[in-house]
Design a protein around this ligand. Structure first.
Ligand code: FMN
Length: 355
């Protein structure tokens, strides 16, 4: 597969609840991310003023293109939320039609919304009407794994309702976040629609991204978990620079990220939320297991600073690019519906330090 010449692709940072706040995005943007989404926000929580909204919706003064995502299934509430978002500095409003969480789906929202196509379209129309010219997009999943037709039909209706872009995560809600990506269905939707279709699912490396681009024909590709603890994925995707970050780079980015969270949420909340972030930076990079074990004890900035000094002193042996390696992306539904075989993952070097 061609690897070096795709400079035409757009790499988009996905909405990730609990992650893609302004501190997370700053780290990604520093490494080449130009297009990003804030985490989803529940329409009711926005209308009734949940105390965390301000932090979730914070935008950096110098941030590039930023979308915001609404979750809900009541058109009137979605309209009220969209009217509030109109007053804020977002470049587009996305509607979540892919969240697989039980309590969300039981209410009829997230991945359950496409089951009631009429209601889904009324939500789109309500948000579209209140957005007053700001683009409205949808992020959804493939609806049926082995048959692209239901997804294409629903996507066509979204387009007719005025949606300006559509992101498709190539896994059904039942798959949650695992299993092959139905690239054939994403391709079928892209071919059926005139609006841009963004392909999502399983991009953890440039090779994965190029594979999904090739299998779907999409020019825009969305990265989600691949950016957690690894904002450098954007320089890999954008500039083809596949070398892992140096120890110094990692420390600097980690420190800035955590301090950015403290500025956003205050010390206690930031470090409660920040533990998973710290772990994600350290994970799979050869840092000593005792450091990772200490992360759970970080409650205050002083604890983080103490841990940070230990991290700085623990430069791991130079790790090859494949250090965080995972099995390559598996796609289905392309090349006449054949499943693309997955080669066995290479063993991770230096695993002893990690164990
Ligand atoms: C922790 C976590 C939080 C997520 N939050 C959101 C969200 O707020 N909105 C959304 O549309 N998708 C959300 N997703 C789904 C991702 O955006 C993405 O569609 C999914 O992870 C597949 O992409 P990936 O294989 O590159 O991770 C979330 C996924 C994870 C793992």
């Amino acid at each position: 597969m061609e690897t070096a010449t795709r400079t035409d692709l757009d790499w988009v940072l996905a909405p990730l609840a609990g992650y893609t706040d302004v501190a997370f995005r700053r780290a990604c943007r520093r490494h080449g991310c130009r297009t990003a989404y804030a985490p989803l926000i529940d329409a009711c929580a926005l209308v009734y003023g949940n105390r965390h909204n301000r932090e979730i919706l914070a935008r950096g003064p110098d941030e590039g293109w930023l979308g915001v995502q609404l979750l809900g299934c009541d058109p009137a509430m979605m309209a009220r939320a969209a009217a509030l978002l109109r007053e804020m500095a977002f470049d587009a409003i996305d509607i979540n039609m892919g969240c697989p969480v039980g309590k969300v789906m039981r209410k009829g929202a997230g991945a359950a919304l496409p089951r009631d196509a009429e209601l889904a379209l009324r939500c789109v129309e309500a948000v579209w009407r209140e957005s007053r010219g700001r683009p409205v997009s949808v992020k959804m999943r493939v609806l049926v794994e082995e048959d692209s037709e239901p997804t294409v039909t629903f996507a066509r209706r979204l387009e007719e309702a005025g949606v300006s872009a559509l992101t498709i995560h190539g896994r059904t809600w039942k798959r949650v976040y695992t299993g092959p990506v139905a690239a054939g269905t994403i391709r079928a939707v892209r071919e059926a629609l005139r609006i841009p279709v963004v392909a999502n699912g399983g991009i953890f490396s440039r090779a994965d991204g190029l594979r999904l681009a090739q299998a779907t024909g999409c020019q825009a590709l969305m990265v989600a978990r691949g950016a957690i603890g690894n904002p450098w994925i954007f320089r890999e995707l954008v500039a083809g620079q596949v070398a892992p970050p140096s120890h110094e780079e990692l420390c600097e980015t980690l420190r800035e990220h955590v301090e950015g969270m403290v500025a956003l949420y205050g010390e206690g909340a930031a470090l409660r939320e920040g533990r998973k972030i710290i772990l994600a930076y350290l994970c799979g990079r050869g840092y000593h297991r005792s450091l990772r074990a200490s992360v759970s004890k970080v409650c205050a900035l002083a604890d983080f600073r103490e841990l940070f000094v230990r991290i700085q002193a623990d430069a791991p042996p130079a790790a090859p690019a494949s250090y965080r390696s995972r099995p390559p992306l598996e796609v289905v539904g392309t090349a006449g519906g054949c499943r693309t075989p997955t080669p066995a993952p290479p063993p991770a070097p230096g695993a002893g330090r990690e164990a």
